[in-house]
Design a protein around this ligand. Sequence first.
Ligand SMILES: Cc1cc2nc3c(=O)[nH]c(=O)nc-3n(C[C@H](O)[C@H](O)[C@H](O)COP(=O)(O)OP(=O)(O)OC[C@H]3O[C@@H](n4cnc5c(N)ncnc54)[C@H](O)[C@@H]3O)c2cc1C
Length: 293
Amino acid sequence: MTHDVIVIGGSYAGMAAALQLLRARRKVLVIDAGKRRNRFAEESHGFLGQDGVNPGEIARKARAQLSAYPTLAWAEGTAEQAEGEKNAFVVTTADGARHGARRLLFATGVSDALPEIGGLRERWGRSVFHCPYCHGYELDQGRIGCIATGPMSLHQAQLLPEWGEVTLFLNGSFAPDAAQRADLAARGVAIEETPVARLEGAADVRLADGRLLRFAGLFTASRNAPSSPIAARLGCALEETPFGIQIRTDAMKETTVSGAFACGDAARVPHSVSLAVGDGAWAGAQLHRSLVF
Ligand SMILES: Cc1cc2nc3c(=O)[nH]c(=O)nc-3n(C[C@H](O)[C@H](O)[C@H](O)COP(=O)(O)OP(=O)(O)OC[C@H]3O[C@@H](n4cnc5c(N)ncnc54)[C@H](O)[C@@H]3O)c2cc1C
């Protein structure tokens, strides 16, 4: 069977795109490996109407609503390869099944490369975050540690005082100049030069000299890359962003491969559930138009 569109990645962006296409009575196959980027967090914040709701619950409700449309097909698993061209794409999944489609949509999200600090990975999404709009309010104006990963961390450290008293851990990642130090001081940000040894407790920082500093929460800037190589292997161009690498698209969300589109975290910055849903809805409408005109 040839689908109108195969959506690879059935999270917020992919489902938002699929919804538009299903409502146009188009045949859509969603292939999803079920690893949403925010799966580490108990609560999702900042998405209108769903503030504080569990991320998995938002996705479950969306999928239940999509399932009411008879032209939806859903495959759980990983899409390993996409080949072919506009009107004749073929996607192969990990179980060896091959699926045909006139158009493709990559909504595969991004991975987060985290600083190599003992105890950080286990606390990601629980007490270590990257986005203060998502998780800053709940820290209740408590003390915040910002673990630098490079010069971009300056901006994160300067923004964070909106949510509490901030200490920036340089952790050997860069050396601010005099002007940058003055900017940080103007925002009341304390600078800690001693390297971080590991994280302990809820959000405590053990320094290399043995000191233990306690925080309500920690922030760090992860580096992003598409979570799947499938779009790049098809030939879609990638591009650098201030946060890492993403799939390049035009304003209609079409990649550099004709007939293959991309949306959500994989193809835009900055990142949030709201923005992924908006981007997905736009991509879905553009995919539909490309099937018509
Ligand atoms: C710790 C953390 C907490 C966050 N908290 C918030 C928050 O509170 N509020 C907020 O607005 N944003 C939050 N975000 C950001 C939010 O998670 C992302 O912006 C959002 O998930 C992007 O949606 P997406 O659909 O583009 O990608 P994702 O949600 O990452 O989904 C991508 C989907 O594609 C699937 N996939 C990937 N490759 C393949 C493949 N080859 N085959 C099949 N399936 C594939 C994945 O398994 C996954 O299901 C948080 C992020 C992190 C890291």
